[in-house]
Design a protein around this ligand. Sequence first.
Ligand code: ATP
Ligand code: MG
Length: 434
Amino acid sequence: MANYLKRPNGTEDVTPKQIHRWKTVETVVRETAEQFGFSEIRIPTFEATELFQRSVGETTDVVQKEMYSVIAKETAFTLRPEGTAGTIRAMLQNGMLAEALPQKVFYLLSCFRHERPQAGRLREFHQFGVEMAGSASPYADAEIILLAKTVLNTLGLQNIALYINSIGCPTCRAQYYAALREYFASYIGELCETCQGRMERNPMRILDCKSPICKKIAEGAPCILDYLCEDCKAHFSALQGILDDLKIAYTVNPNIVRGLDYYTKTVFEFVTTDIGAQGTVCGGGRYDGLISLMGGQDVPALGFGMGLERLILTMEQQGCAFMETNRCNVYLAPMDEAARPMAMRLAMQLREAGVRAEYDLANRNFKAQMKYADKLGTDYLIVLGSNELAEQSAKLKNMRTGEQRPIRLDEHFVADYTELSLSDLLSSGDPNLL
Ligand code: ATP
Ligand code: MG
């Protein structure tokens, strides 16, 4: 097959057969975020390259290796590798931080990173994310952790570990960086080239390096928790108290430093072991310095990003239920040309009443139509022929039970059907019936 006929490496198609998985996840994250009082925000797919360099950070893998950047008409743009930078930019540009705080927004968007594609790691992937600006309280940290956890629970996921850590603020980090530099200095020749460059500018980045050698060396590095200032220590222990109180299980894991530069204090990850090495389904934390770094006022903020592909992989792995979306409710089978206008008219009436209705559009014979209706998995079938037209009545067949009932084809048609469905609905208890 010619190359241009293949999708680019690390991208995916979602076909109609798979779309119900996405709809399930999208519905749950939207409803949960709204329950928590977050409103949806939509931002551009690309931004000025400098926005990401400044906010995500020059020493991160994302900026150093993974960005899709172009010079278009002499301006440098980058396809967003994450949602936070664009969202904060939008909050500032639209004056949202001058309104009542905290501002609470969520988004569902595609992100682009030039990485080595593998299961759970794509070049175009999708994130559900939330950002809250204007609260320094540890209750806000707990609130977004609870939001993420509620999403995971509502999707039916299990065995997802929550790891939390504090990576301090610029005050405590000054001392910690010094300790890290001293520690890594004796391994400088063994560190990868990127990490050697990180020594001076941001030695904490080395702890997040994916190279096995750097990882091994990092195991013996000094621990950030031993260097926290009083303020950061108090914040972290308050957060743990709140999580304990809510009975949210967590493990303090000092190795979690997160891949982006803007984090301060709390960082957290939700991790599953069910989908192999790329098990972090959600990562987030606090970034109190980001808004002022981007030219705004000193407004504390926090948020998380959840990878939807990894969520769906885990749901499949764990056998979680996905909602059924586009099943046909009523299939109208015209037996001849004379019945076709009637089929179309009835379908129209049914759709107006909120019923998913279809009829033959391929001039199939009776047998082929039955086969097609069966493939659609329709709830009900109505066969329409000259007899039915003459008598203004037809049989409505319940495809699940095989039961048939007469139904009038006059102006009461829809009333008959919906009444019937309602009683079916009540007796079967299946909310998907209509
Ligand atoms: P990782 O350590 O796995 O590279 P990260 O720290 O780069 O993750 P974040 O920038 O925090 O990830 O993004 C938030 C979430 O987005 C991740 O927890 C993950 O679920 C998802 N994610 C990140 N990169 C990818 C990718 N290339 N493909 C699919 N999902 C991704
Ligand atoms: Mg990454």
